[in-house]
Structure formats: C-alpha cells, structure tokens
Design a protein around this ligand. Sequence first.
Ligand SMILES: Cc1ncc(C[n+]2csc(CCOP(=O)(O)OP(=O)(O)O)c2C)c(N)n1
Length: 571
Amino acid sequence: MERTTLTGAQLLWEALTREGVDVVFGYPGGAILPAYDALPQYAIRHVLVRHEQGAAHMADGYARASGNVGVAIATSGPGATNLVTGIATAMMDSSPIVCITGQVPSTLIGTDAFQEADIEGVTLPITKHNYLVTRTEDIVPTLREAFYIARSGRPGPVLVDITKDAQQKSISLEWPDTPVRLPGYRPDLSACPEEIDRAVELLNAAERPLILAGHGVVLSGASRSLQELVEKTEIPVALTLLGLGGFPATHPLSLGMMGMHGEAWVNFAILEADLLIALGMRFDDRVTGNLKTYARYARKIHVDIDPSEIGKLVPVDVGIVGDVDAVLRKLLTRVTPRRRSEWLAHVSELKGKASVRDIQRLPDDGHLYAAHVINDLWHHTQGKALMVTDVGQHQMWEAQYYKHDRPRQLVTSGGLGTMGFALPAAIGAKLARPDDEVWVVVGDGGFQMTAAELSTCAQEDLKVNVAVINNGYLGMVRQWQEFFYERRYTATPMRNPDFVKLADAHGLAGRRVHARSEVESAVEWARDTPGTVVIDFKVEQEDSVYPMVPGGADLGAMIRRPSPIVESADD
Ligand SMILES: Cc1ncc(C[n+]2csc(CCOP(=O)(O)OP(=O)(O)O)c2C)c(N)n1
C-alpha cells in the first residue's frame, strides 16, 4: 500500500482518476471551490455546463453511450438541487452516474447556512445510494463505493455530498488496494438452476413465443447471445424503447417497438403469444396498457438483474434473477433448435395488414412530415448515427423510423420522459464516442428547455447535429388534447425564437428546411459543416403519432392513423 498526503480536494480527483474518469461535467460555486482549485493538477477534462441539469444529463449521456460511469459535479444548495431532474432521469433508466456536490462546512450543517440544502435527503428516493461526507478520511472509501454501486448489479445514480472543510483538510492515508466489499449489498448474478430448467421446458414447448427485449439487454451486453438464441429457436423479438438497438432492427426476426406507440403488429403478437420471454425489461405501463387484459394467453418468463422487478406488475411463471447475457448463454446450450414457419407467417400477415397505414405511404404533398424527416435522416446517415432524442412526438417517430441496428445507438429518456434531455445528453455521448456522428432529434419545446447548452458545444468545440422537429406546438400534449380533450389546445401552441438566429448567436451554423426535397441536402450540409449545427425542420403542425394505445387502455385498443392511402377492408 502506498502512503499519500493530500487535501480532500486532491483525494477526490485522485480517486476519480483511479476510477478511470477522464471527463466530468460541472459548474462551480463556493462549497465546491476547493475541489475546483485542485482540478488543474489532474488530467481530467472539465466541461463547463450552462445549468447543472445539463451536467447530470451529460454524465448520463456519457454513461449510456460508453457503458462507463458518467460524472457530474456541482456546488451546494441551488447547484445541487438543479441536478435533481437529471438524477431522477438516470434512476428511472438505470444509468450509472456519480454526482459530486459541495456542501456547506460541517460546522454549519443544519443552521440554514448560505446555500445549504439537504441534498442527501432530497435525492434519497431518486438515487441508488447517496452519501454525506463530513470527514476527509471518508472521501476515498466513499467514492470507491459510489463507483462500485453505480456500475454493479442494476446500474444507477449515486450522489456524494462533501462538506467544504472535508475538501480543505490534508490527511495522510494509505490508498486502499482491495476490491470494494459492502456487507449489505451483493448483487447476485447467478441465476437459479431450477428456474433455468423450467425456462428451457417452456421455451421448448411453446408454439407462439415472443421475446420482449429491454434496456437490460443493452446494459448487460447481451446482443450477441440474444441473436444466437433467436436464430436457433426462430423466436421473434419485440423491443421496448430503451431496448432499441439491443437487437438489430433490420434483422428479419425483429418486429420493432411494443407499447403505447409501438407497431400495431407487435402489440397484436404480444396479445396472441403463448409464451413471453421478457429480458431486462420491467413491464412499464407504457408497454403493457391495461394489466388485466395484458397477454392473457401467454406463460411468462422474466429475466432481470433486479429481484424486485420480478412479479412487480405482471405475475410470471418463471422468474430468473441474473445478468441477461449470462442467463441467455445458459439457455442457449439447453434449448432445442426450432423452425416456426406458422407463427412467423401469422406475424408477417399481421404486419402486412397494419403497415398499409404507415405514414411512409403518404405522398410528398408539399407538407414536411416529421416521420419523413427521420426516415430520410436514417437513410442519409446509412443508419449509423448515434441518435439522441428528447421527449415527445419526435421521440416516438425517431423510435419508429430510424432503424437502430447496434446497442447504445439510441440515447433517450424513457422512464422519466424528461424534456430537455437530448442536447446535454448528446454532448455527453459525443465526448464518450468522439468518432461517432451524433444527431440530436428534439422538439421545439424541449429544445428550449436546455438550448443554453449550445454555448457549451461552442466553448468545447464539439460537433453535434441538432435536428429541431419544429411543429409550433408542444406536440405530444397537443395530440392528447386532440384525442381526449376535444381539441382544446390550452397552453400548447408555442411561439418560438428563430432557431437559425439562435445558432448564429452562439457562433454556430443554422439552416431551415420547409420541404422534403430539402432534407437530403440539409443532412449533407450538417455533416460537412464543422462544429455544432442546428437545422430547423418546419414540419406539419398537427400531425399525430400512430398507433396510440390510450393510457390504461387494452393493448389491442389502438387508435390508428385515420386516412391511409390504401386500406384493406379488414385492417
Ligand atoms: C420536463 C417536462 N415537462 C413536461 C413534460 C410533459 N410533456 C411530454 S411531451 C411534451 C411536449 C413536447 O413538445 P416538443 O418538445 O415540442 O416535442 P413534440 O412532442 O412536439 O415532438 C410535454 C410538455 C415532460 N415530458 N417533461
């Protein structure tokens, strides 16, 4: 063991360096100033954000794009509370981030000191774990635990709040070199052999099986095993929003997204299946619709690393607690190869009937449809871009029309549905994967929530392509008003700034697109222009995302696109 004498602030950066951190996203202030003062002594890049929410989303985007832990840093009080939405976003989507906040000196805690906020109390329900550190001696062990907890088992956000005096004091310490061990926390990764046996039995016996692939497939790096299992057994795959990319969209056995805005044939297939194999997904209400009528004819196998997810919402026949990849590898050696021509033929019949309502069949009538923009973006980026989306209609169109073939190719806020996520998350993703072409797809509403981070792109000289899907409305809410509130558009029409001028004000290039014929050249222009660019796509204002399962309705009760060009009588 080596002995070192350092200040708490130095120990903080030293611990981060030893965890492999090369970039942090943050905003300084009084209570975290000792840490900032020590930062130049370390080879860690600091990205100065424009709002701490952005720092948390950037750390999250970095984590989702890289698979490593992202780090955000903020001062006490308002700095810390500004992180909250980003932390909750990471928590809902099992994203490993560590947030470090400065706290008022330990002698002032509990006195309503200037910029004092009990951020440990505030973030208790939205972190996987959190800490208040008041002693310099605890900084290193705590940070080591924080990284271990964030990245192990079901990943999630951890917050470490460190008092100013703990950052200032110098101590001499022996650097711990043993692995972190926490008596009360042992993520169990070994699946129970009896449950594996039962799963194999059900898999071999099923006639109409369907795999439901979720975020866990991506997080556990299970894509290859999944593909092997699928090809061996000919079981088609439906994906959750966060599962997209976990199985290639262009694979013949990929059906597409399930749920509220999932493909109609996927939802019908779920309702008709005799076996669902749910992998690293949590039967979210947006995925199941009415639980009472959900997949009534199906036996269910649920694989998840988090035991509390098994049986939480949907009773299952077999629950396997374990890492998805490890479980799939066990199943692979045991399942019998099968061909399923009848079931697959039936699913493609469902698909054929439903796809006549596809917006892609709408002719180019001079209107610019968001779905056309996304489809063309997919085409002109050869399906290879790292896509980061915000929340709303554009998010669903992106999920439907950009075909994600690789894991970690789509970064989006699923569980919390956080508007303002996309631009900062894309900054984090770009820093994680600098060689990737990164596109932000964002609504005019959500863009304005964190557009100040354009300034961060400019200062850090980052290349991110921003596609604003500008419909002049808070589109998804307008859609709900159209469907369920008799078109009373209260508080959803939006008067926007000139987004091209906004880009210009940041020293960035911008361009406006009104017609589908201009999309290709705009995409090419974005790719060729150095630095971050903003494209303002002026799309059809009152288009809606179809199909749609109204909240809480039966999965089969989808509202369908009303005016298909071609419609078969029985569709
Ligand atoms: C922070 C936050 N506030 C409110 C909402 C509720 N909400 C969900 S979608 C949406 C509209 C989004 O509008 P826009 O960003 O323009 O995207 P569009 O739906 O038009 O594609 C709103 C307000 C939210 N998801 N997040």
